[in-house]
Design a protein around this ligand. Structure first.
Ligand code: PBG
Length: 328
């Protein structure tokens, strides 16, 4: 039966009213922009799989800083592309490693910028896996010792926060212990708590040169049939001392963003990964969708599900959309 006095459309009658009753509010301060730092000089190259995103050598990072400032984005997460790789990924914890150089450069250029680092080995190992191999599998316990060493080296270079993305068991505790022992008690850990073995990482692996040379990551990243297992992963990371929990990818995993927000007291971050960005770019280029509209709607959906923080290649464009009042 239609109660003609009850009309939800009443609250949709004007733009001003719709804005007043918006349930989801966004801020540019909740956005983190992923940045690829490449070893070498004079490198400022658009990444073919991620249109609009670039490889920057340290001497070119001023371009990233200029763009970030122009859009009011002041949080970045760094990924490194080393020149040399080896079996154990030793470039990842080198004092003059590429991420370490990148951190120092950004801090010199833009002390106000909040610099987070991805802690993983896949960009540094010759085999492309996220840890130390034992036969054909990644050895968990040897790997977490190295991850801890990488996190400490990032903190020593000036990183504000570290974000382990490897999915080894016990890495958060190992990293927390090592940071504390080395005097970095104030450096928070944003753990990729529930990271799935996803096909949405394809464009990133091209961008970072980090595809595994054999096999896949399914013995450490999660099976996307599972959600209860993700809750277990998050609970373990809370116990081990994580400060922020991240769900990755974002759009296909909003059930987990929602559940984690309800169940845990930590801030929840979501990572709208390379494939999510590349799909929007490709569909827009083909004339199939409106890029700006889809970018806005998908970002808002992630916050509506409960995310407090969004890691996104669209950070600059979204910050503008928020400021213009198109969203948030
Ligand atoms: C490193 C790492 C990956 C991503 C973030 N950190 C790739 C992977 O796990 O294969 C993916 C990010 C993206 O797709 O945007 N382990």
């Amino acid at each position: 039966m239609f109660h003609d006095s009850i009309r939800p459309r009443r609250l949709r009658t004007s733009d001003g009213l719709r804005r007043m009753v918006r349930e989801t509010r966004l801020s540019p301060e909740s956005l983190i922009w992923p940045i690829f730092v490449a070893e070498g000089q004079g490198i400022y190259e658009e990444i073919p799989s991620l249109p609009g995103q670039y490889h920057y050598s340290p001497d070119q990072l001023y371009r990233m800083v200029e763009r970030a400032r122009a859009h009011g984005v002041s949080r970045v997460i760094l990924f490194g592309l080393p020149k040399e790789k080896d079996e154990i990924g030793s470039g990842a914890w080198a004092e003059d490693g590429i991420v370490q150089q990148g951190i120092r450069k950004i801090k010199e250029l833009a002390p106000e910028m909040y610099v987070i680092t991805d802690v993983c080995m896949c960009e540094y190992t010759s085999h492309g896996h996220c840890g130390i191999l034992c036969g054909c599998d990644v050895d968990n316990d040897q790997t977490i010792v190295r991850l801890a060493q990488i996190a400490v080296s990032h903190a020593a270079a000036g990183a504000d926060m570290v974000a382990p993305s490897d999915m080894m068991d016990g890495r958060v505790a190992a990293i927390r212990g090592a940071l504390d022992q080395n005097g970095f008690t104030g450096v928070p850990i944003m753990s990729y708590a529930a990271k799935y073995a996803s096909s949405f990482y394809g464009p990133f692996r091209d961008a970072a040169g980090s595809a595994p040379s054999f096999g896949d990551r399914r013995s450490y990243q999660m099976d996307w049939h599972n959600s209860r297992e993700a809750i277990r992963e998050c609970a373990l990371d809370v116990q081990e001392g994580a400060d922020i929990m991240m769900i990755k990818p974002a759009m296909s995993y909003l059930d987990l963003v929602y559940q984690c927000k309800q169940r845990f007291e930590l801030p929840v971050a979501a990572y709208a990964v390379s494939g999510e960005y590349a799909m929007i770019k490709a569909a827009a280029k083909a004339g199939l969708i409106d890029e700006y509209g889809v970018m806005c709607e998908s970002a808002v959906s992630i916050f509506r599900a409960g995310a407090d923080i969004l890691i996104t290649y669209y950070a600059c464009e979204l910050a503008d959309a928020i400021r213009k009042g198109d969203i948030g």
